[in-house]
Design a protein around this ligand. Sequence first.
Ligand code: SF4
Length: 187
Amino acid sequence: MDLKPDSDKNQYASLETIFKDDGFPDFKWIDPEQIVVAQWVRMKCMFGCPNYGHKAACPPQTPSVTECQSFFNEYSDAVVFHLRLQNDNPEERAEWYKQMAMKFIELERRVFLAGFERVFALIFGGCYLCQECKSERSLCILPEKARPAPEGLAVDVFSTVKKLGYQISVRTDYTQVMDRYVFLMVR
Ligand code: SF4
């Protein structure tokens, strides 16, 4: 049963209009309790990801897994956006990541201005805003814009989006279509 008051429903409907106006019609609301946070995700960052220790919005520059779980516990509403990409050109792919990140940072700002002061975007892939990233937060070139990836906050994206009925699977090469996800923590 939906217990949200009508004023909230109107606000949420206006958010959905923002999402669609910004070109992101494929999204689903999620109760943040359904977001799976796991230590194994951080382990994969630490051992296996070339970004570890080299990007200012990636681990170990992000909070501990316990702190990440506390962060998600503070929210009652979030949105998962689904995007798809098929492109085996690494430069074009990086440019697409950057363009999408810029759009979601702007979308986050619009949601903030709509009265949702806690809004925070987690954007797939880590931060791609600069040609060359810095290894520490204090050296970040665009600190007001840099956002971590969901995985950077220890989110098990596979398990979480499957709960919403979204598809996701390991791709063996870049000629295959990729499913990418952005999490917007709303309230
Ligand atoms: S804004 Fe630039 S320096 Fe900061 S995390 Fe993103 S890519 Fe790295």
